[in-house]
Every structure is written in structure tokens, then in C-alpha cells.
Ligand binder design. Structure first.
Ligand code: BG6
Length: 488
């Protein structure tokens, strides 16, 4: 049979993290502050339904934080102390059998202000040590250059990515790390979830929206600069590390119509276009035509420099990666009060066929197969699932064990659908489960929203011994990798 059965031999199994949610050591080793260091823990009662509200902070807030007037906890400054414990953690990843470990470089560890002329040697050395430790265990690093960690200096000096100058600073950073790590890192990503900049400009691009005249215009201009920077990084990466692969990364939001009412169908189609537009630019090398109408109707005029279009066209990505946690359902008339809590899309409704996580995210394994097929049909480039998982409350038993069948169930069902998609003909390079070790939540800065196979003893208030222990899902995932996805 010519139908591909099962996962390819060299399939890249592993786990995914981001520096700001993991490392801690926010003021050690010469590191400067970053956007993530400004994100306070907000108790649940005060949190808005929309993720963006918790993270879209103002210039006034930043000033107050820096002057000490705004008192709060900043969990992303402390992470789970990977900065000091990476050897122990990597040994656990090795025990799981990881082939690949996705991590980001905290940009401000290497260029403390973002605009510095020279890199900080201590920061560079830290990542050398981490890569050496991974490689010692036969684990390939997969490195994200920018994962919601814009150096604060770039916000202060330029209002982040809205200014063209930031392209140059990012280029210098990318070139520095490509040269430094060329023998150690063969898989790269330019920007994590690049679409998030149009949902939360501060998170995605270090842009403070109160300094913008036209918010949407600013967000899309900042995005354009990231597209250009991504193309330049792709070019440099190929020149400096010819055997490396460099890709883009999208928060994929597979969107369904609520009914067969053509109005719902069209609404879902538009939502999918608006989501895939980002990978369209990265993979096909040009803005899709449907965006012209969106820009015109929203009074957005992009400033492009000579040569931008050529750069985008010439340096497209080698592979397309994405995160997938849930699907979204939209209705033209979302009869009030029926909105799904975790959804970021206006007009979204609860899908009655799906279960929902404790954070309101609608669990949809088949949606992953749908997405894999849709994206492969559209781009015919290799795909990589670089985030997937279930954020859940865990209970530690008296003997220290954590029984997490819900997590195993979630992951098993998604991996089964990946297998189906491979049979459908999709070229899938790998799978890195989000947060293989419990870490600080991106959207809420909670510790109690846990994704890990490895439990970390720390609570939402930052109390705990930080000790690591294996949950039931640890043995399960280990066997999944050992059997190359055959024993689920
Ligand atoms: C993705 C991010 O959006 O989702 C990660 O790239 C994040 O940084 C993950 O942690 C899960 O989201 P959360 O809010 O549950 O941590």
C-alpha cells in the first residue's frame, strides 16, 4: 500500500517551553528586562474574559512598575528556576526519550536593552551550556528567537515593533545567535504565534497601545516589520547554517460555522482566512488579496519600504509550525450569553459536541486532523505541531503521586488524529507537547494551570520547594515516544 502507516522513523517527539515561563533568573547574568517581566499576576476574580485585557498594559503602568509604585507579583520573572536547574530538568526530558526540546532564547539575556551594539557574553554562555546539556543527551534544540519576550528597552525607545528600527536590532540578534550556535542548533523559529500581535500588541511586539494614534494600524505595521525581520532571519540562517531548517509559528484557530446557514459558513471562512493570512505571508511570500479589503475597510495603510515585497517573496520558510489547543465555533447571530469563555474570536459560541477545559478551551482532537489537512493542502510544506496540551488542575496525593488520566486522554486523542492525518498524506515533522514540565501560564501567570508530565512544587503565590516529580502521564508519554506513537 502507498498509504503511509504510522509515524515516520525520524519523527521529532518532544516538549515545548518559552524562556519567560520557565527560566526565572530575570535579573541574573546581565539580563535586561523584557515585556514578560512586566506582566503581573492577576487574581482570577479581577481577570477579564479576554486574554488581551490582562496583558495589554499601558506606559503609565510600566513607569509605575519601574518606580516601585505598582506592587504585584511578577511570576514570569521567577518561572520555575530552570536557569539554575536545567541539568536536572534536561535529565528528566532525556528519561522521557525526547528527540527534540523546544525553547526560546530570552532576547534580553543576550541584548539586555535590545538595541545594544554588543551582546552580553554571560547570556550567550548560558544558552551554550543548555545546548551542550541537551546534545549530551541526544536531544536536538528547537529554538524560538522571539516568544513574547521583547526587551523592554525597545518598548521604551521605539514603542516596540511598531518602529522600523527594531527590524535591525532583531537582525543583529538573529545573526549573533546563528553564528554562535551554528554547530548546535539546526531547528529555528522566528516568532512564536505571530498572529498574537494583532490580539495583544504588547505581548506580541512590546507595543504599548496608548502610544498609538490608530491601534489597528499600529498593530499591523508592527506585524509587517516582524514579517520582514522573519524573512531576513530566514536568509541569514540559510547562509550561516546551511543544514538548518527555519520556520514560522501560528496560533492556529480552526474555526467552524455554528450551522449550515450560509451566513455562518461565510463567517467561519473569513475567520479562517484571517488566521491563515499570517502563514500565507510566511509560506507563499506575499500578502493574500483578501487582506486588501480588510485593510481598506479598517483604514489601515501599511508603510512598506522598497524591497520589502521582494524579501518576503524570496525568503519563505522551510516549514510551518503551529500551536493547537482547541477549535472555535462562530455564528452570525450568536444569541447572547452563549460565548465560549476561552475563545478569542468575537461572535464565538459554545460547540455542544465538545468538552471544555476548566479554562473554557473547547477540546477537539478531530479539529487537529482538520487543521493539519487544511494547512497541508494550502501550503504543501512540512508541518510541525510545536504546542498542544491540556492546562488542568492537578492534585498531589499523600504519597506524592499525581494521577492525571485527563491529560493522558487529551494527548492520546490528539496523537491518534495526527496519525490519521499522516495517513491522509500530511507531511508532519514532529510534535512537541506544551509545557512538559509545569511552568507559568502565559495568559494568566498562574502555576495552577498545569500542562506537565513533570510536576513542579510551586503554587500561584510563588510558594513551594520547586521540587520536580513524575506524574502518571510521564510513564505514558515515555512509552508513546519509545514506541514511536504505536502504544497510546
Ligand atoms: C501559547 C503560547 O499561546 O499557549 C504559550 O505560545 C502558552 O506561551 C500556551 O503558555 C498555553 O497558554 P496558557 O495561557 O495556558 O499558558
Amino acid at each position: 500500500s502507498s498509504v503511509i502507516q504510522g509515524f515516520p522513523k525520524n519523527f521529532l517527539w518532544g516538549g515545548a517551553t518559552a524562556a519567560n515561563q520557565l527560566e526565572g533568573g530575570y535579573n541574573e547574568g546581565g539580563k535586561g528586562l523584557s515585556s514578560a517581566d512586566m506582566i503581573a499576576y492577576i487574581p482570577k476574580e479581577q481577570r477579564s474574559k479576554e486574554i488581551s485585557h490582562a496583558m495589554e498594559i499601558t506606559s503609565e503602568r510600566i513607569e509605575k512598575i519601574l518606580s516601585g509604585e505598582f506592587e504585584a507579583r511578577f511570576p514570569k520573572r521567577d518561572g520555575i528556576d530552570f536557569y539554575h536547574r536545567y541539568k536536572e530538568d534536561i535529565a528528566l526530558f532525556a528519561e522521557l526519550g525526547f528527540k527534540v526540546f523546544r525553547m526560546s532564547l530570552h532576547w534580553s539575556r543576550i541584548f539586555p536593552n535590545g538595541y545594544d551594539e554588543q551582546p552580553n557574553e554571560e547570556g550567550l554562555q548560558f544558552y551554550d551550556d543548555v545546548f551542550d546539556e541537551l546534545l549530551k543527551h541526544g536531544i536536538q534544540p528547537l529554538v524560538t528567537l522571539s516568544h513574547y519576550e521583547t526587551p523592554l528597552g525597545l518598548t521604551q525607545k521605539y514603542n516596540g515593533w511598531v518602529s522600523r528600527e527594531v527590524v535591525e536590532h532583531y537582525t543583529r540578534y538573529a545573526e549573533t545567535v546563528f553564528r554562535r550556535y551554528k554547530d548546535k542548533v539546526k531547528y529555528w523559529l522566528t516568532f512564536n504565534e505571530i498572529n498574537v500581535i494583532t490580539i495583544s500588541a504588547f505581548t506580541g511586539g512590546g507595543v504599548v497601545v496608548d502610544r498609538l494614534d490608530n491601534k489597528l494600524q499600529g498593530m499591523y505595521q508592527a506585524l509587517h516589520h516582524q514579517f520582514v525581520a522573519s524573512s531576513i532571519a530566514t536568509k541569514l540562517c540559510h547562509e550561516i547554517i546551511p543544514d538548518a531548517k527555519i520556520g514560522c509559528m501560528l496560533a492556529r484557530m480552526e474555526t467552524y460555522p455554528n450551522s449550515c446557514n450560509p451566513e455562518d459558513i461565510r463567517k467561519a471562512q473569513l475567520a479562517n482566512q484571517m488566521n491563515l493570512f499570517f502563514t500565507d505571508v510566511h509560506a507563499r511570500g506575499e500578502y493574500p488579496k483578501f487582506m486588501d479589503r480588510y485593510f481598506e475597510e479598517n483604514n489601515i495603510v501599511l508603510h512598506k519600504e522598497d524591497g520589502d515585497d521582494e524579501l518576503l517573496k524570496q525568503y519563505t520558510v522551510d516549514y510551518i509550525s503551529f500551536s493547537y489547543y482547541m477549535s472555535i465555533t462562530v455564528a452570525e447571530n450568536p444569541e447572547g450569553g452563549n460565548e465560549a469563555a476561552g475563545n478569542l474570536v468575537a461572535g464565538s459560541v459554545m460547540n455542544p459536541y465538545l468538552e471544555t477545559s476548566d479554562w473554557g478551551w473547547q477540546i477537539d482532537p478531530i479539529g487537529l486532523r482538520v487543521t493539519l489537512n487544511a494547512m497541508y493542502d494550502r501550503y504543501q510544506k512540512p508541518l510541525f505541531i510545536v504546542e498542544n496540551g491540556l492546562g488542568a488542575y492537578d492534585k498531589v496525593e499523600a504519597d506524592g503521586s499525581v494521577h492525571d488520566p485527563y491529560r493522558i486522554d487529551y494527548l492520546r486523542k490528539h496523537i491518534e488524529q495526527m496519525k490519521e492525518a499522516i495517513k491522509d498524506g500530511v507531511d508532519l515533522m514532529g510534535y512537541t507537547a506544551w509545557g512538559p514540565i509545569d511552568l507559568v501560564s502565559m495568559s494568566t501567570s498562574e502555576m495552577s494551570k498545569r500542562y506537565g508530565f513533570i510536576y513542579v512544587d510551586q503554587d500561584d503565590d510563588g510558594n513551594g520547594t520547586l521540587a520536580r516529580s513524575r506524574k502518571d502521564s510521564f510513564a505514558w508519554y515515555k512509552q508513546v515516544i519509545a514506541s514511536n506513537g504505536e502504544q497510546l
